[in-house]
Design a binder for this molecule. Structure first.
Ligand code: NDP
Length: 338
């Protein structure tokens, strides 16, 4: 019988790493699948200015390195491979990673695979991500003070992003592919009546202009086919998000869009399987809320395992794995008890 981990975490954004930190610091044996895209959405973010504790801000990738190092310090084993199959029908749960036939076994599992912003699919959009192209106004809006900014989309997210950006931008253009908005009435009213927001109907962004940073966008009218160049310092794509839950469809309860439903605290419809972060949250989508959720999931997993009698309260992972900065065993036990 192969080794059985107490907790297997899938995902390596703020939720996954925080869950790893808490679970391994609670002396559980933790394996984290980071995926091939280690670090999640923050790897394509430049400065993060709204994560408490970094008063000067920090680069997204640098923050994720710190998250990873902190979880490793307490003994989390990490594998930078994608998970390709899960089996929650029997315990221990079985998790299969790309490149290895034999599944990994976990007494509990935390799903923290996040969500992905939808993109338009333009080559220059990808090239200029983090340099003016963004999918998060809360994260990047303050960088574009007193500049003209373009938002794409006609749903609630687009309206919310546009309204938020009016605090910073000198002028907002909302480019929408139809002549009617999908957003809720109240959000429509707010955006349509805002003096800083102008709508460009029946149109698409055909290209993003700029070498080092976004300098403008090429907008095409879908009815006339006419194109026009518009100067802009930033392009915010707000055409929806997709939870990264394809692998779990039919296995845990989800809402109609595919976000995992947390039934009891962070526990999913399968006892012993927990969800944390954007994979279960389309409302807040912030690094700090995802991290908080990762903490909750790890505590829930630990309590659930204890209730199952599957974790010996005295079980201690070899502190040698923690490196020089590891607290002594006794201190770790005391902290855990407090
Ligand atoms: P939606 O799916 O509601 O809207 C996406 C918008 O983007 C639509 O207007 C759509 O156009 C447009 N779009 C989609 N794909 C493309 C594309 N390839 N090119 C150009 N335009 C595109 O997503 P949201 O993220 O706005 O909202 C998701 C859910 O979250 C909704 O239920 C929403 O109500 C909710 N939400 C609620 C908020 C709140 O209450 N404050 C805030 C944010 C979201 P078209 O209309 O033509 O399909």
């Amino acid at each position: 019988m192969p080794d059985v981990y107490d907790v297997i975490i899938i995902g390596s954004g703020p939720a996954g790493y925080t869950a790893a930190l808490y679970a391994s610091r609670a002396n559980l044996r933790v394996l984290q699948f980071q995926g091939y895209n280690v670090g999640g959405q923050l790897m394509v973010t430049s400065d993060v200015e709204n994560y408490p504790g970094y008063e000067e801000g920090i680069l997204g990738p640098e923050m994720m390195e710190k998250f990873e190092a902190q979880a490793k310090r307490f003994g989390t084993e990490m594998i930078a491979r994608d998970v390709i199959a899960v089996d929650f029908s029997r315990r221990p749960f079985r998790i299969t990673a790309d490149g290895k036939d034999e599944p990994y076994l976990g007494r509990s599992v935390i799903l923290a695979t996040g969500a992905s912003a939808k993109w338009l699919g333009l080559a220059n959009e990808q090239r200029l991500q983090g340099r003016g192209v963004s999918a998060c106004a809360t994260c990047d809006g303050p960088f574009f003070r007193v500049q003209e900014v373009v938002v794409v989309g006609g749903g609630d997210t687009a309206m919310e992003e546009a309204l938020y950006l009016t605090k910073y931008a000198s002028q907002l253009y909302v480019v929408h592919r139809r002549d009617r908005l999908r957003a809720s009435k109240i959000m429509q009213d707010r955006a349509l009546n805002h003096p800083k927001i102008r709508f460009i109907w029946d149109s698409e962004v055909a290209d993003v202009l700029g070498e080092e940073n976004v300098q403008g966008v090429m907008v095409r009218n879908l009815k006339t086919g006419q194109t026009q160049e518009m100067p802009a310092g930033a392009l915010f794509i707000a055409i929806g998000h997709e939870p990264n839950t394809q692998l779990f469809r039919g296995l845990v309860d989800m809402d109609p869009v595919g976000y995992i439903i947390q039934h009891e605290h962070t526990m999913t419809s399968v006892a012993g399987v927990f969800a944390a972060g954007d994979v279960a949250d389309h409302r807040y989508r912030q690094a700090v809320t995802a991290a908080g959720d990762g903490c909750r999931a790890a505590i829930d997993a630990e309590r659930w395992l204890e209730a199952q009698g599957e974790v010996d309260a005295e079980q201690v992972v070899d502190p040698a794995a923690w490196g020089d900065m590891a607290p002594p065993k006794e201190e770790a036990r005391e902290e855990r008890a407090s």
